[in-house]
Design a protein around this ligand. Structure first.
Ligand SMILES: C[S@@+](CC[C@H](N)C(=O)[O-])C[C@H]1O[C@@H](n2cnc3c(N)ncnc32)[C@H](O)[C@@H]1O
Length: 219
């Protein structure tokens, strides 16, 4: 597989940093604000089937299940270690979510099987090629009329946001973060065939600008 070289980059690039991931994200990304907005925007209904791609420790996945307990909620991540943490968090929260190890550019799900696909702080871990492959896979697994909701680092709002984002790039890599910082994610979503692409919100966070995007697979 051509993407195997970088099948996945761990949450904080190095596996030994994963245990502090939740703490770092809580303090550097305005996590509770943007994840609450993403959950509200996704507007998940009881009959929905939802996938969280690159779910990590499943903070968002669990929040969605708590918000809509009757929805069928799944999380996928390439890293089996972080999925173990996600499973423990879900058990502590008393929610049942389906956690699966796999890669975003080869999703282990059938065509037209989800009403919603969400992801947060995930796309900046992918090369441009793997962003394209992942968006094609999201398009494939979404039902017609289904929606994708993405929160990730976006084009910095100002010089200060651009400057602090260098710290993210130093850790996560300049190659995979370039599309984000240049504001190319909406165009890549469009290239995959999605309609109604919208940046619905953005926040100035301690390490850069977080953007919330939405798009639809036309019915
Ligand atoms: C920065 S973390 C974000 C985790 C979580 N979504 C959140 O909001 O906290 C990025 C996650 O994407 C996963 N990941 C990176 N590349 C992946 C790929 N190609 N397929 C699946 N998961 C991947 C990593 O293992 C990591 O858990």
């Amino acid at each position: 597989m051509s993407g195997d070289r970088e099948a996945y980059i761990p949450a904080l690039r190095y596996a030994w940093l994963t245990p502090i991931y939740d703490t770092v994200v809580r303090w550097t990304t305005r996590e509770s604000t943007f994840k609450r907005a993403l959950v509200a925007q996704a507007d998940v209904q009881p009959q929905h089937r939802l996938l969280d791609v690159g779910c990590g420790t499943a903070t968002l996945t669990i929040a969605i299940k708590v918000d809509c307990p009757d929805a069928d909620v799944a999380g996928l991540d390439g890293d089996p270690g972080i999925l173990a943490t996600a499973g423990e968090k879900a058990a502590r929260a008393g929610v049942s979510i389906a956690l699966e190890q796999g890669y975003s550019f080869a999703l282990p799900y059938g065509d037209n099987s989800f009403d919603r696909v969400v992801s947060s702080l995930f796309f900046h871990h992918l090369t441009t090629e793997n962003k394209r492959r992942t968006l094609a896979e999201i398009m494939r697994v979404l039902k017609p009329g289904g929606e994708v909701h993405i929160a990730d680092w976006g084009k910095p709002q100002n010089f200060v946001m651009r400057s602090v984002f260098f710290l993210v790039q130093l850790l996560d890599g300049f190659e995979t973060t370039a599309d984000n910082v240049q504001g190319r994610l909406p165009a890549l979503i469009g290239e995959a065939g999605f309609q109604g692409i919208n940046k619905t919100a953005e926040w100035a966070a301690p390490l850069g600008t977080i953007a919330l995007l939405t798009a639809i697979k036309s019915a």
